[in-house]
Design a protein around this ligand. Structure first.
Ligand code: SAH
Length: 279
């Protein structure tokens, strides 16, 4: 394992690695992310990065927090980008570590653009995004050929903190059998109401996956019509992914994590297997 890691490039002085840490558990780090942690002088990390991941940093590496936690104001995005530029110009090996994948609702693109403008060399290390890997940990495949040939990833709030109006909700309601929402707990009443107004059924299955892949993972199964009330009643906490669509039904069969804790899995959750059918 260490031999393999050593064949991978490490961070060079003056470079920034924009790196995804995955949704939580250390097991979902990529080898390059681990290599970055082991070669960094400075790790600039977000609130969503798990403490266990940070423990893998090289002893002596400086851990610098850049993000929002406990209601405190977040470091402003331009400040973070400029800090990366500053550290790189000092000749540091900089690991910019973000939850999930840096290019999925993570402002990785914005930071990379600042680096380009400043002439700082950088690498992008993709990570497992919560909207895919987090759902897998809840036993929900993001696509399944009996349910959906397409999936839409949406942010539940835009830069100004409201339900994003730039999203064509009518087109999504009509054209996307599966909808995966990031950052959606706050506006879920509005979003679910809008999707139903645009034709989605109140009985459509919904799952909310909170703190996915961590020891505190929690999953709430509900419906589009009931999700807003169920979410506020359950006290389920962010960060959470909300997934809408028939794929949620597969959880009854595929909740492998639940099975490890004794949950009985039901084969044929979609009711597709008819008598006498083979193959
Ligand atoms: N770049 C990240 C997303 C950042 S936006 C990624 O690719 O996953 C922040 C949102 O991501 C949260 O509001 C939540 O919707 C989702 N999220 C991140 N980590 C999560 C986790 N462990 N469990 C559930 N949702 C998570």
């Amino acid at each position: 394992m260490n031999d393999l890691l050593n064949t991978l490039p490490g961070i060079e002085p003056g470079w920034v690695w924009l790196t995804g840490a995955g949704p939580g558990t250390t097991g979902l780090l990529t080898l390059l992310a681990l290599r970055g942690l082991q070669s960094a002088d400075v790790v600039v990390y977000d609130a969503l990065v798990d403490q266990d991941v940070l423990k893998l940093a090289r002893p002596g590496a400086v851990l610098e927090y850049a993000g929002k936690r406990g209601g405190k104001p977040s470091a402003k995005q331009p400040d973070i980008s400029l800090r990366l530029v500053q550290l790189a110009r000092e000749g540091k090996r900089v690991l910019r570590l973000k939850g999930g994948d840096p290019f999925v609702f993570g402002r990785g693109g914005e930071e990379a653009l600042t680096l380009v403008e400043a002439g700082i060399p950088f690498r992008v290390v993709p990570g497992v995004s919560a909207g895919i890997g987090g759902l897998a940990y809840a036993g929900i495949p993001v696509t399944h050929r009996d349910c959906n040939h397409a999936v839409t990833f949406i942010t539940g709030h835009d830069a100004s903190g409201i339900m994003p109006e730039a999203v064509d909700w009518a087109a999504i309601a009509r054209g996307s059998p599966a909808i995966v929402l990031y950052m959606a707990l706050k506006h879920i009443a509005q979003i679910s109401g809008r999707l139903m107004a645009e034709g989605r059924q109140a009985g459509e299955p919904v799952a909310v996956v909170s703190k996915a892949t961590t020891a505190e993972q929690r999953v709430l199964e509900t419906t589009l019509g009931a999700c807003a009330a169920d979410i506020s009643q359950s006290g389920i906490e962010p960060p959470a992914i909300v997934v809408i669509g028939e794929i949620v039904r597969l959880r009854a069969a595929l909740d492998w994590l639940g099975a490890m804790r004794g949950r009985a899995l039901k084969p044929d959750p979609l009711g597709l297997r008819r008598q006498g059918q083979t193959g």
